[in-house]
Design a binder for this molecule. Sequence first.
Ligand SMILES: NC(=O)c1ccc[n+]([C@@H]2O[C@H](COP(=O)([O-])OP(=O)(O)OC[C@H]3O[C@@H](n4cnc5c(N)ncnc54)[C@H](OP(=O)(O)O)[C@@H]3O)[C@@H](O)[C@H]2O)c1
Length: 283
Amino acid sequence: MKNMTYDNGLTMPPIGFGTADLKGPADELVYCAIEAGHRLIDTAAAYGSEAAVGDALQKALDRGLVRREELFVQTKLAPVKHGYREALDGFEEALNKLHLDYLDAFYLHWPVLRGQEETYREGNLAAWQAMTELRQKGRIRYLGVCNFLERHLLYLTESGLPWPAVNQLEIHPAFQQRGLVRFCRERGVAIQAWSPMGRGVLRTAEFEEMAARYGKTIGQLALRWSIQNGFVPLSRSSDPAHIAGNLNVFDFEIGPEDMQRLNSLNTNTEHQDIWSYKRQQMY
Ligand SMILES: NC(=O)c1ccc[n+]([C@@H]2O[C@H](COP(=O)([O-])OP(=O)(O)OC[C@H]3O[C@@H](n4cnc5c(N)ncnc54)[C@H](OP(=O)(O)O)[C@@H]3O)[C@@H](O)[C@H]2O)c1
């Protein structure tokens, strides 16, 4: 599995393992993911999974299963209150839980926090300043944001602060966010895709048949669609067979007609219960 390399110098594994809402002992599932070959591990203060990820990483490193520099570990600032001090403290807390001395990437989780609709800009700018300084000190390799729309990216960077290396967005065949993706790419921002399975959109006889033609499952078809679109998908699974199978997506290529059919599923249907791009667009 070769890393993806981008114009902005970012290099990261082409697929990631997500740890939000794992069913079962999270440390064992993360260890299972590393054992299966996953090298990008995505966690967040909001998922409550950082400590479990930390335990799994420590075990994997202690046992010599993997070397630290082979891993890409990323987490996100708690989306409670963004600010300079909050970012510095959140970073140290995350490192402690993860048992690490540097992060591969650190993210702002959401642009507009609930209840902070009027002040979110100052909070984000202060947090981004702190994260930039941590990066300059070598404690974070890359800075990222999640769910940032064009307007949020513009105000974050207009005073000279750096552009994020990555924007992590909900992306799957039913919600492709093509305009935002183009905007990011034109500015050298790489895209990670969360909820890459599309929460069931491919669960039909047509796509079962399409996947079977490639000798794959619809889950693998969804991940491959993401990769062929240049995204780094973050899949989450609590099933060891799925965890391993989700890496088995580099030995086939979806043909142009099938890609076209999958691309045509874009209905702009987002699926977040607490998160909503439509709401974020208002600020
Ligand atoms: N930045 C953000 O705001 C944000 C928001 C949401 C998520 N994320 C990140 O993205 C990760 C993934 O997102 P997600 O959990 O919503 O989406 P997902 O990976 O698209 O969906 C997870 C679901 O897909 C199933 N699944 C996984 N692999 C499968 C396979 N090969 N075949 C059939 N079913 C499969 C899982 O069930 P099984 O357990 O049975 O396999 C689980 O129910 C999260 O864990 C998190 O790290 C980020």
